[in-house]
Design a protein around this ligand. Structure first.
Ligand code: DX5
Ligand code: ZN
Length: 230
């Protein structure tokens, strides 16, 4: 069976109890912790920075000590300095929006040189073209299925044919290089649309409000996995 990953976005967690929320959602079955960084410039909202990433890093592990990926999504412009701070803070993956970086190839290389994995993020209306030129430096493609900036928005349906397009590119690249690139989707993901995203080729699913908006995180993550198993 394919490996799927659930990546709860802590944007919808209770920030007054962040460590506990991270621990609870990992106990509930999270594979990644998705960490949304907004700068009130690239997006009209302001969230959390590298100090908070550093503070929650020790919580990013299962009860048995198995590490859980800290998946940082930068919605910031410019990218380079803050990306480096997140690599130092312990981010495992650092993803950024290509239009927010003047030199996409250099930013990808910089993140990887620091020892993290590098991701490229595409907004719903952003074309994929840049991906073809930097595939060998990308570890993850993050497809936005809402316009970035806020949790709790509705899923944009045109993300599904776009996910299929990315899947085809990633499969062709894998055939030629042998290397896997993750395909993650972010925005409006819930148990009732996760299967459609998986059918379009997505393997990693960010969900904020769908998980943290319910009292029983495990029930939601289990419901998502049940949909993926069909
Ligand atoms: C939006 C963020 C998302 C957000 C998703 O800009 O990148 O990660 O937390 O929230 P939901 O799952 O509620 O759409
Ligand atoms: Zn995100």
């Amino acid at each position: 069976m394919k490996t799927y990953r659930i990546a709860p976005s802590i944007l919808s967690a209770d920030f007054a109890r962040l460590g506990e929320e991270v621990r609870n959602v990992i106990d509930a079955g999270a594979d990644f912790i998705h960490f949304d960084v907004m700068d009130n410039h690239y997006v009209p909202n302001l969230t959390i920075g590298p100090l908070v990433a550093e503070a929650i890093k020790p919580y990013c592990k299962k009860a048995d000590g198995t590490p859980i990926t800290l998946d940082v999504h930068l919605m910031v412009e410019p990218v380079d300095a803050i990306a480096q701070s997140f690599v130092k803070a312990g981010a495992d993956i650092v993803s950024f929006h290509p239009e927010a970086s003047k030199h996409v190839d250099r930013t990808l290389q910089m993140i990887r040189d620091g020892g993290a994995k590098a991701g490229l993020v595409f907004n719903p209306a952003t074309p994929l073209g840049v991906l073809d030129y930097v595939m060998d430096k990308v570890d993850l493609v993050l497809l936005m299925s809402v316009n970035p900036g806020f949790g709790g928005q509705s899923f944009i349906e045109s993300s599904l044919p776009k996910a299929r397009q990315v899947r085809a590119k990633l499969d062709a690249y894998k055939a030629q290089s042998g290397r896997d690139i993750l395909l993650e989707i972010d925005g409006g993901i819930k148990p009732d649309n996760i299967a459609a995203a998986a059918a379009a080729g997505v393997d990693t699913f960010v969900a904020g409000s769908a998980i943290f908006g319910k009292p029983d995180y495990k029930a939601v993550i289990d419901a998502m996995r049940a949909q993926l198993a069909q």
